[in-house]
Design a protein around this ligand. Structure first.
Ligand code: AMP
Length: 277
């Protein structure tokens, strides 16, 4: 049985006797995307710790905190089979003790995109990730490029606070149709899957449009029209941004690295994806 840790005391005991700790924070409902982070950690670390914590502060009241899939037994079996050392499942009372009043705000890269549509989100993420990093004190922490803006926010926080941890990005794991694996794909009905699978094709088309000289405005208009035509009910954003700032631009500087990013809804399910340019 995989070691399940729920107290800081037990976690500290494991950390003290470990060398080269790799850490993979998750909200559970694990899929092969999460396991690709675990595999990356196992390659370079002796001890691999995965946390499962569905963080209430990164959900707004109207979002899916209550219905977020929780599959702890299955998750633990997957992590055991993957050779993970321990799963850390801190209780809410440890993460948010009575009177909790401290939060981390990362400005800059958090302002746009998800920051506009989910204003509560990055403060919740930054605070919980900072706490988890302080708990686990890993040498390396692994984050998926699936949540590219989140990765940029975490990198900024770790640099700004001089946290002694290396942030390792891991490419997005996709199904055979290119759909990015996500715990929220479990919400999709079969006929929604066809729509969802078109999302990554639209990212590819945006990149082709950009490289053929279309303006940011035209790239976005074409992508939005295609997404709606494909059956998405609403598009929060579909845009290509410079990786460093994620800020909107009126023309592309082709010498800078860019990222194509999209967030769109099918019914109440909100999907995000992104690709490098
Ligand atoms: P979550 O459980 O959704 O909070 O995700 C935990 C970690 O897994 C985050 O670093 C995500 O970016 C990463 N992740 C989620 N889906 C994928 C995927 N399809 N490919 C790679 N990493 C992923």
């Amino acid at each position: 049985m995989i070691k399940r840790i729920e107290t800081l005391q037990d976690l500290r005991a494991l950390v003290r006797q470990s060398e080269r700790i790799g850490f993979v924070p998750t909200m559970g409902a694990l899929h092969d995307g999460h396991l690709s982070l675990v595999r990356a950690a196992k390659e370079v670390c002796d001890t691999v710790i995965v946390s499962i914590f569905v963080n209430p502060t990164q959900f707004a009241p109207h979002e899916d905190f209550a219905s977020y899939p929780r599959t702890v037994e299955k998750d633990c079996a997957l992590l055991e089979a993957a050779g993970v050392t321990a799963v850390y499942m801190p209780p809410v009372s440890l993460m948010y003790p009575d009177g909790f009043a401290t939060s981390i705000t990362v400005d800059g890269v958090s302002r746009y995109l998800e920051g506009e549509f989910r204003p509560h989100f990055f403060q919740g993420v930054a605070t919980v990730v900072a706490k988890l990093l302080l708990h686990v004190l890993p040498d390396k922490a692994f984050f998926g490029e699936k949540d590219f803006q989140q990765l940029q926010v975490i990198r900024r926080m770790v640099d700004d606070l001089n946290m002694p941890v290396e942030i390792v990005p891991v490419p997005t794991a996709r199904d055979e149709y290119g759909l990015a694996l996500s715990s929220r794909n479990a919400y999709l009905f079969p006929d929604h899957m066809i729509i969802a699978r078109s999302l990554n094709k639209v990212l590819d088309a945006m990149i082709v449009d950009m490289q053929s000289g279309l303006s940011p405005k035209d790239v976005e208009t074409r992508a939005r029209d295609t997404l709606l035509k494909n059956g998405f009910d609403d598009v929060d954003y579909c845009t290509i941004r410079p990786c460093a700032t994620l800020a909107p631009v009126s023309s592309y500087n082709m010498h800078e690295p860019h990222r194509a990013l999209v967030a769109a809804r099918i019914g109440t399910t909100r999907l995000i994806d992104n690709k490098p340019v």
